[in-house]
Design a protein around this ligand. Structure first.
Ligand code: NAD
Ligand code: IPM
Ligand code: MN
Length: 362
């Protein structure tokens, strides 16, 4: 098959993990007889520096014209003092909105080989397999007015948490559809004891739940959910929640797998190209050092193959290669135990590529 992929490396470790992803895609292409065409686009700090805007129009146009978008990460200290609308992160929010990517799927899989890389006890994290379904184009990130100093003296500020019923309906429905393919349980996370938006969220979740009598629905307050994720993560199957809660809970959940550097994501809308990115950021503390764990981005490639290209065998090969590399004991610094050999980003990528080739020939 011929596919065009818009590739957005971004900032910090973004370009490093994207390079790994491209090598993996090239390996898949040659082993499965596909042609992947890459069109590179700028977003975030690099776009601010070169084009004076965090989201050049060309990046949106190229993305819309492709079969899928692959993104590294954006941001960094260099741009941290810019006004809100000029920050790298605004570019990321802009591309998500422009592509209408309201559903962000963040699977949390505890690899057996990494159980001891988690800071939690083995029996707590073993066999964890949950999916965070994060609403991605609404809530506090997009409500207007936003990012405003409301008093002339700058002594007051406003951000707005706004949700339309239709926005909640579509994301909750997405969660139920996913649960149907999994263990048939949805936990809807909110703050309905305080927020009106959460009370609407809960109402909508209940109503949609009636359409899915085969799926168990439970509601959980977000503070409790943060605790339950650490206490007993195996109780969760699909977790659906609003934008910011999902952002925070997914970083927390990543530690069940041993590292933030392990978690991939898919952002989809139902029509138009999906966007695939690791959940981590640009990691300025390790950028440029060939130290970043590329597995979150490589697993995002597997999600791209699976969800946007329907290349199931190819996606399975990538996922299996990641599992096997971990089982063979290969580690980047973030997932290494004391005394274990630490591989560079590039070395880890090579190991994955070797395994993909083995998976295919066997
Ligand atoms: P971060 O995710 O970049 O890093 C948090 C910690 O995790 C750091 O210690 C980092 O070294 C480590 N880490 C992250 N990814 C790793 C990987 N692949 N391998 C090994 N270690 C990894 O979060 P932060 O430090 O809070 O934010 C840094 C910048 O990234 C900020 O500008 C932020 O806005 C941005 N950010 C961007 C995205 C994105 O583009 N999707 C996501 C989160 C943060
Ligand atoms: C993420 C990031 C982004 C978010 C930031 C960089 C805008 O933290 O993708 O998780 O909060 O969505
Ligand atoms: Mn985040």
């Amino acid at each position: 098959m011929n596919k065009t992929i818009t590739v957005i490396p971004g900032d910090g470790i973004g370009p490093e993990v994207i390079q790994s992803a491209i090598k993996v895609l090239d390996t898949v292409a040659s082993n499965f007889n596909h042609q992947f065409k890459y069109q590179y686009a700028k977003l975030g700090g690099v776009a601010i520096d070169e084009d004076g805007t965090p989201l050049p129009q060309e990046t949106v146009d190229l993305s819309k014209k492709s079969d899928g978008v692959l993104l590294g990460a954006v941001g960094g200290p260099k741009w941290d003092t810019l006004p809100g609308h000029m920050r790298p992160e605004k570019g990321l929010l802009g591309i998500r909105k422009a592509l209408n990517l309201y559903a962000n799927l963040r699977p949390v899989t505890a690899y057996k080989a990494l159980i001891d890389a988690s800071t939690l006890k083995r029996e707590v994290v073993e066999d964890v397999d949950l999916m965070i379904v994060r609403e991605l184009t609404g809530g506090l990130y997009f409500g207007e007015p936003s990012e405003r100093r409301t008093e002339a003296d700058g002594e007051a500020v406003v951000d707005t948490l706004y949700y339309k019923k239709s926005e909640i309906e579509r994301i909750v429905r997405q969660a139920f559809e996913l649960a149907r393919l999994r263990r048939k349980k949805v936990t809807s996370v909110d703050k309905a004891n305080v927020l009106e938006s959460s009370r609407l969220w809960r109402e909508v979740a209940e109503a949609i739940g009636k359409e899915y009598p085969d799926i168990e629905l439970e509601h959980m307050l977000v503070d409790n959910a943060a605790m339950q994720l650490i206490r007993n993560p195996k109780q969760f199957d699909v977790v659906v929640t609003e934008n910011m809660f999902g952002d925070i809970l997914s970083d927390e959940a990543s530690m069940l797998t041993g590292s933030l550097g392990m978690l991939p994501s898919a952002s989809v809308s139902g029509d138009g190209p999906g966007l695939y990115e690791p959940i981590h950021g640009s990691a300025p503390d390790i950028a440029g050092q060939n130290k970043a764990n590329p597995l979150a981005t490589i697993s995002s490639v597997a999600m791209l193959l699976r969800y946007s290209f329907e290349m199931i065998e190819e996606a399975d090969a990538v996922d299996q290669a990641v599992t096997e590399v971990l089982e063979a004991g290969y580690r980047t610094g973030d997932i290494a135990q004391q005394g274990e050999q630490v591989l560079t980003t590039e070395e880890m990528t090579e190991k994955v590529i070797e395994r993909i080739q083995l998976v295919v020939t066997n």
